[in-house]
Design a binder for this molecule. Structure first.
Ligand SMILES: [Zn+2]
Length: 214
């Protein structure tokens, strides 16, 4: 019996959602924050909300205090995906190796994310039985997702490889991904492997994978 359990802790938002006819930013942008538990692993993916919001959301949605979190994974190094990472002071902070290398080389020394970058380490390929790193390049150079699965169901915590359900249904990879072709391939991979998708800025949804996108 698999003990993998996935809970969305806080549903993300887009500053402007073109599928809601919004052309300019009308709200704060936050990532969807997800909790993955398997054995001793207590993993938070994309802690984009402010720390005080995440503290409450984690407790209200799981009964856990922030110091129970053992690992934090960020799908990519965007402020809206890591704003609350400081709440998890006892956890290991992780991202895909290539994403870290790119930021270390390209970010200016005064970039606001530099402090977090200094603490982030390269993520392992496997976090626990049934919880794997799943590279989904394209949105950024080293964008990566988490694939969490039981014998009967696979869930991808997709970060911005899938922005929202609307974007997914339209095969829309967002404005100006770093590499559009890689982003397309990543989306195809997601359609093929996952029954449930947790997007970067929306609630989770069920994916009818067979046949792919229209
Ligand atoms: Zn995002």
């Amino acid at each position: 019996m698999s003990d993998v359990r996935i809970d969305v802790i806080a549903i993300g938002s887009l500053a402007a959602n073109k599928y809601w006819n919004e052309k300019t930013a009308v709200r704060e942008e936050y990532s969807t924050t997800t909790l993955v538990r398997a054995g001793k692993l207590v993993l938070v993916v994309d802690p984009g909300w402010p720390p005080e919001v995440l503290r409450s959301a984690l407790y209200y949605r799981s009964g856990l205090a922030s110091d129970a979190v053992t690992h934090v994974f960020v799908t990519h190094l965007d402020a809206s995906h890591m704003r609350g990472i400081g709440l998890f002071g006892k956890a290991k902070w992780l991202a895909y190796e290539e994403e870290l290398r790119y930021a270390q080389a390209e970010w200016p020394p005064e970039a606001p994310g530099r402090q977090a970058l200094a603490r982030l380490k390269a993520a392992p390929e496997k976090f626990a039985p049934g919880v794997d790193l799943y590279p989904t390049f394209g949105h950024t150079p080293g964008h990566a997702s988490i694939f969490a699965y039981t014998p009967t169901q696979g869930t991808i915590i997709a970060g911005d490889a899938v922005l929202t359900r609307d974007h997914f249904e339209h095969g829309d990879l967002g404005e100006a991904p770093w590499d559009l072709e890689k982003a397309k391939l990543s989306l195809q991979d997601i359609v093929e492997i996952a029954e449930i998708v947790v997007p970067g800025h929306d609630n989770l949804f069920v994916c009818r994978g067979a046949g792919g996108l229209a």
